[in-house]
Ligand binder design. Structure first.
Ligand SMILES: N[C@@H](CC(=O)c1ccccc1NC=O)C(=O)O
Length: 380
């Protein structure tokens, strides 16, 4: 009789024999799929594979993915063109955050609510708070920042926010919803605007964000600010993770030491799959190709240069983000940790891709509290 070595998550007994069965299946499938240049997404696994097998799966992750009790096998398609129709259909859903929300009957209503919410909150903050608007940092029409909390001392801690919208929607004017609870506690808030695709390519946008980052750190230095934190939502988290590369560090030099905390919220850290989706990248409006797809994916970037900076990363993702979004966040955090950096991963329950940031308008919210605590302005 086969000996029990581990119990699976579903409570089934996993035996040596089934471990070997899993392994043989996975390896054969990966090899066959790869040989035939197939991109197959198959098998909802009847039970969770045992830990040993999951480790092998991760090692074979170019070919095989394990997500939430589902096994999928993907051939190595590096530079080999678009995926099959069925894989693409899967990706369309994984990269459509509104499809995963449980708050409204349809995805369209989630987006409508979000757009209205962020506009109303931002308009209210513009009326209620002291502001300096449209300070330019670059040459583009949208390359400007809005500053909230101008009544605070010049050297107050500074919080910088980079909005999301898949690099093609939203704007700084409707992205000031995090301002009030922070300004009320003594933190100045800067909302960064940026050019949108397809007016610029994603590659160009990343370059512009580095200019914005330099502007922020110069501003902070000139005003004797001791603490800068920065947060980005979704595509905004991608832009921050992309901005913080070796060339940015070389450009800003010692000023980087003022940047203390980075909050990456429901971020996109791999653009290799979404580049094929119509919902995100119709007619390649982002300008992603085989040559730059990996370079534009922070999940593959080196952060070795940040080792001695003391910069702290905080990765947040929502329970009702898609499997792929949750996986990207945990991998991003692991990636940062692999370079010796401090990173905490926070999966926030009962939230989706949109209320995970809408709640920044609340003073009583986990991310707001973390930002205030980081800035030395703890709530009572
Ligand atoms: N078309 C997307 C919209 C979206 O992803 C989005 C909308 C507003 C703010 C951030 C978003 N996602 C990433 O930047 C969706 O289906 O949810």
């Amino acid at each position: 009789m086969a000996k029990q070595i581990i119990t699976s998550a579903s409570g089934r007994l996993i035996t040596h024999r089934s471990v070997i069965g899993w392994a043989v299946f996975v390896v054969c499938f990966a090899l066959v799929a790869n040989h035939h240049q197939l991109r197959l997404t198959v098998v909802a696994a009847e039970s969770t594979p045992p830990a040993h097998v999951t480790v092998w799966l991760n090692k074979l992750s170019r070919y095989v993915r394990f997500r939430n009790g589902k096994l999928s096998c993907t051939a190595n398609m590096d530079g080999q063109g678009p995926p099959s129709e069925s894989t693409l259909a899967l990706w369309e859903k994984q990269y459509s955050p509104s499809a995963w929300s449980v708050r409204f009957p349809t995805p369209g209503e989630v987006i409508d609510y979000h757009v209205k919410f962020v506009k109303n909150e931002s308009d209210r903050n513009k009326e209620q708070l002291e502001t300096t608007l449209d300070v330019p940092y670059g040459s583009g029409d949208r390359d400007k920042v809005d500053i909230y909390g101008e009544n605070l001392p010049a050297d107050a801690p500074l919080f910088v926010y980079i909005h999301g919208g898949y690099w093609q929607m939203l704007e700084k004017e409707t992205s000031a919803y995090p301002a009030k609870p922070l300004v009320d506690r003594g933190v100045r808030v800067m909302i960064v605007g940026y050019e949108l695709c397809p007016d610029v390519t994603l590659e160009e946008l990343v370059r512009q964000l580095k200019v914005a980052g330099e502007f922020v750190l110069n501003y902070a230095t000139e005003n004797c600010v001791k603490h800068v934190s920065i947060a980005g939502h979704s595509a905004g988290a991608h832009l921050i993770a992309s901005m913080l590369d070796q060339s940015f560090q070389s450009a800003v030099g010692e000023e980087l030491a003022i940047l203390k905390d980075v909050y990456l919220i429901s971020g996109v850290y791999n653009v290799q799959e979404l580049r094929y989706t119509k919902s995100v990248n119709k007619d390649n409006l982002l300008g992603i190709d085989d040559g730059n797809a990996k370079r534009l994916s922070p999940l593959f970037a080196s952060y070795d240069h940040l080792r001695s900076t003391g910069l702290k990363f905080h990765v947040y993702v929502a329970q009702h983000d898609s499997d792929v979004f949750r996986e990207m966040s945990s991998k991003m955090c692991e990636r940062l940790q692999s370079f010796g950096l401090s990173c905490d991963l926070n999966v926030l329950p009962n939230l989706d891709h949109f209320d995970i940031v809408e709640n920044l308008a609340l003073s009583d919210y986990a991310i707001t509290s973390a930002i205030l605590e980081g800035a030395g302005k703890q709530q009572n």
